[in-house]
Design a protein around this ligand. Structure first.
Ligand code: UDX
Length: 458
């Protein structure tokens, strides 16, 4: 069967895999191939046990796989046979050299650009899906055209705004799709090809186009604004605790102003995830690069408040539990960076667990999906850490429970039973404000939410 378009995606991760599955599912007339250098990952995409868990993903992969959706390690053939190539390789924060800890590490992305140049025999449209510093498209174009072999490459920016746990919903019905292109006739023609692909299932008014630099920058800025909301409310949570105010009441009052809006105002132990910190630091680095010190400092403050919130959580625990955590068993309810995922990247729980170990506490971790990742995250930490799937078993004999992830199951546990099995006095530190604090207090716990007065029996 011949297909209308041959689409390739390089990088079978959290973004590449689900996005391509959605395109293939919605557009049976296109052939979509996803390649990756990691054969194990590709084998998983071809198996019944997909490498990532996302509600609804399995259904769409199964519906399209083998028909017009293919997962493969054949990068060279993939490049040769496709007219449109999405680049969705990882761009983690650099850990070495100039910009270490701040700038994006572009080595995988650079290597991919060179591979595309090497194996291409015909004109291609290249779509940046990875989150990249502004002006990366220009670098991509320079690498691609440096071979001077008569092949034309048009580079587009098409950042992905999906969030983990809701990836399929976000792909199916996005708030917007953003496509940035150069404003040349070729750039605009390439842009229209991508618009046409998304138009198969997304209303045209939701597909917005812009110049390529605005598009690259918008992704960083969108994440910076979202994270800023969390840091804003978290900074106020510290004040609420001192002023006997309730951060949820404040957030409700503020969020009902339609200009502010009520989303992303849940105070917490801190935000995590693979994007927020990385993208803000990337933005900060860019600002410094352009000598915009005040702008860089302003955005860096979002990360600083997040670090402060995590440290504040630990210091509160220490202070409230009579200034010593040594030898006390502390149970972390949840380790994932948010609920409905096993992902633990940048999870505040990693920081909290490490700090508890520094205080010589004995840590017990429970999580319905993230225990394997938790073990990897903490493998180099010398200290007493146990991993227990069942929350009742995990909390038995502990002096405190600290809620790290907003898993719905935690609100429904039998806390009377848990209280009976714990060491006394028993403490709960609710880092996500998901529990019924008054009820817990009545059971006998000393309860410390985020941004609300504590409820104590002494
Ligand atoms: C985010 C963006 O939402 C998405 O658009 C972008 O493409 C990638 O980064 P993700 O990292 O999957 O997505 O998670 P998100 O749901 O945004 O949550 C990030 C962190 O903020 C989590 O740790 C979450 O628990 C925390 N959070 C979120 C809060 O602490 N309070 C809130 O009100 C909302």
């Amino acid at each position: 069967m011949s297909f209308e378009k041959n689409i390739l995606c390089i990088g079978a991760g959290y973004v590449g895999g689900p996005t391509m599955a959605m395109i293939a599912y919605k557009c049976p007339q296109y052939r979509v191939t996803v390649v990756d250098i990691d054969p194990e990952r590709i084998a998983q995409w071809n198996s019944d046990d997909l490498p990532i868990y996302e509600p609804g993903l399995e259904e769409i992969v199964k519906a399209a796989r083998g028909k017009n959706l293919f997962f493969s390690t054949e990068i060279e053939a993939g490049i040769r046979e496709s007219e449109i190539i999405f680049v969705s390789v990882n761009t983690p924060t650099k850990t070495f050299g100039a910009g270490a800890g701040m700038a994006a590490d572009l080595q995988y992305w650079d290597k991919t650009a060179r591979q595309i140049r090497k194996y291409s025999k015909s004109n291609k449209i290249i779509v940046e899906k990875s989150t990249l510093p502004v002006k990366t498209a220009q670098a991509m174009e320079r690498i691609l055209t440096s071979a001077d072999n008569g092949i034309r490459f048009d580079v587009l920016s098409n950042p992905e705004f999906l969030a983990e746990g809701t990836a399929i919903k976000d792909l199916q019905d996005p708030d917007r799709v953003l496509i940035g292109s150069t404003q040349t006739p070729n750039g605009l023609k390439a842009r229209d090809v991508l618009v046409e692909i998304y138009s198969n299932w997304i209303r045209r008014e939701r597909i917005i186009t812009s110049n390529i630099w605005s598009s690259e920058l918008s992704k960083l800025v969108a994440n910076a604004f979202l994270a800023q909301r969390i840091s804003s409310i978290n900074s106020i949570s510290a004040l609420c605790e001192k002023a006997d105010a309730d951060v949820e009441e404040v957030a409700r009052a503020v969020g009902m102003d339609s200009r502010v809006g009520n989303k992303f105002l849940n105070a917490s132990v801190g935000f995590g995830g693979s994007c927020f910190k990385k993208d803000i630091l990337n933005l900060v680095y860019l600002c410094r690069h352009y000598d915009l010190k005040e702008v860089a400092d302003y955005w860096e403050g979002v990360v600083r408040i997040n670090d402060y919130q995590k440290e504040r959580f630990i210091l509160n625990m220490l202070n409230i539990m009579f200034n010593t955590l040594a030898n006390k068993r502390i149970c972390l309810f949840g380790f994932a960076f948010k609920s409905d995922t096993g992902d633990t990247r940048e999870s505040p729980a990693i920081f909290v667990a490490k700090r508890l170990i520094e205080e010589k506490a004995r840590v017990v971790i429970t999580d319905p999906k993230a225990l394997k990742n938790a073990m990897k995250d903490l493998e180099s930490i010398a200290g007493e850490i146990a991993y227990v799937e069942d929350p009742y078993e995990a909390s038995a004999g502990c002096s405190a429970i600290a809620v790290m992830t907003e898993w719905a199951i935690y609100a429904d546990l039998d806390f009377k039973k848990i209280y009976r099995s714990m060491d006394k006095p028993a403490f709960i530190f609710d880092g996500r404000n998901i529990l019924d604090h008054k009820k817990l207090f009545e059971i006998g716990f000393n309860v410390f939410p985020i941004g609300k007065p504590g409820l104590t029996h002494f």
